[in-house]
Design a protein around this ligand. Sequence first.
Ligand code: FAD
Length: 421
Amino acid sequence: MSVALHRPRPEDPGAHPAPSDLVVVGAGAMGGWSAWFARAGGAGPDGRGGGGRSVTLLDAWGPGNPRASSGDETRIIRSSHGTDRLYARWSRRALELWKRHAEAWGVELFLPSGVLWLAHGATGWEADSAAALTELGVPHERLAPEEAARRWPQIRTDDLDHLLWEPEAGALRARDACLAVAAAVQRAGGRYAVASVRPGRSAGGRLLDVVDGEGRRWAGESFLFAAGPWLPRLFPELLGDAIRATRQEVLFFGPEAGDRRFHWGSLPAWCDVHDAIYGVGATDAWGMKIASDRYGPSFDPTDGERVVTREGIAEVRTYLAHRFPDLARAPLAGSRVCQYETTIDGHFLLARHPEWENVWLAGGGSGHGFKHGPRIGEHLVLRMDGAPEAEGEERFRIGPRTPGAAPRGGGDLPAAEPPTR
Ligand SMILES: Cc1cc2nc3c(=O)[nH]c(=O)nc-3n(C[C@H](O)[C@H](O)[C@H](O)COP(=O)(O)OP(=O)(O)OC[C@H]3O[C@@H](n4cnc5c(N)ncnc54)[C@H](O)[C@@H]3O)c2cc1C
C-alpha cells in the first residue's frame, strides 16, 4: 500500500458545499474515528453499528497538525487506570480496534513495546491497577527491581519498590494515525476538507449548518464538534469554564548512532507516577521521548509559540541522568510544545448539546484521550444511533464536576493536581 493512501487529500468544496448526514468538525483522534464509524460502520460488539451516513470531515489545519493535541509523534496506550475499570475496559477495546484497522489499512499505527510502570511504593496506583487488570483478565506482571534491571539494563531500577509490566500495551503513532484515519474515511466515500468553521444557523432546536471563514455554509442533518482545546472558543457560554488548555513540553533525546537500546523495540514505554514523568522509546525519526506530566500554564492553541524552555529541559535532564544514566549526555534531538485540554475532573466530555438535539460534543481528553480514539468514535456513533448511556458513562456529561474525581489527569499519568481555573 502506498504512503499516499494514508494521507487524505483535501477537497475543494466550491462555493456551495453539498449537505451531509453528519458534519464532523475536527480531525483529531476523537473526530477522525467518529467520522470513520459513521461512514464505514463496524461499531459495537457485533460490528453492526454505525455506517451508511454521508460524512464530511472538516479541520482548520488538517488531521494531526502541529497545533492539535493529537499532532505529536507518539501516544501511550495502556490499560492500567488505578481503580477505574471503565477506562481500562475502553482501552482494551480501543487497542483491539487500533490493531484491526491498522492491519486492514496496511499501516503501522501500534508499536507493541509494552508499558512499564515504575512503582515507588508497595501500594497506590500500580497496585490498584494490577488488581483491576487481574479482574479484567489483562496480562500483566509485577517485577522486582532486579528482574526489571535484568530485562532492561538501560533503566535504573534500584530506587523502586517494584515495576508493573503490561506486555500488551505500547504506543501509537499519533500524527500518522490521524492522517491514516482521515484517508480511510475518504476512501470509504466520506468527504474531507480544510475549513475553520463555527456554528451557523439554527431553527427549532436544531443546528442547520456550520459556516467557514469564507462564508461557505456546510449543512448537515447532524453535527459533531470534536475540536479539542478549541471547544471552549466554539461554545464559550456552555464550555468556557469546562475545559482548560495547558502548555506541555515534550523532549526527544538522541542516543548515540547505532545504539538501539532506547528504540521502542528494545525499551518499553514507561510511566513514573510518583515523579510525574513518562516516556516512549525512540521511533525511527526521533530520539527517546520524555515529558513532564505537571500541568503547565494556560496556553493559546492557535497563537501560542511552541518553543520549549531552558527550565523545562533542565528538569527533564535531571530525571534522565538518574533513570537512564547512559543518556545523561545525550543531545536534545527534537522538541514539541503541545497542550492538554483538561476538564475539571479529568473525565472526557462526550455529550449531546443541551439546546441543539442534532449536535454532539467530544473533547476534554485531559492528557489520556488519544488511545481511546476508536472507542470514543464507536461510542459516539452508537449513541447517535440511539444506544443508551451505559453504567459509568454519566461521567462524560456536561454539568457540574468534582475537581480531581478522575484517577487520570494529564499526560497519561494520574492527576498530581487538577488544573486550577
Ligand atoms: C504532551 C501530551 C501527551 C499526551 N499523552 C497521551 C498519551 O500518552 N496517551 C493518550 O491516550 N493521550 C495522551 N494525550 C492526550 C491526547 O493527545 C488528547 O486527549 C487527544 O489527542 C485529543 O484529541 P481530540 O481529537 O479531542 O483533539 P485534537 O487532536 O486537538 O483535534 C482537534 C482538531 O480540531 C481542529 N479544529 C479546531 N477548531 C476548529 C474549527 N473551528 N474548525 C475546524 N477544525 C477545527 C484542530 O485543527 C484539530 O485538528 C497527551 C496530550 C499531550 C498534549
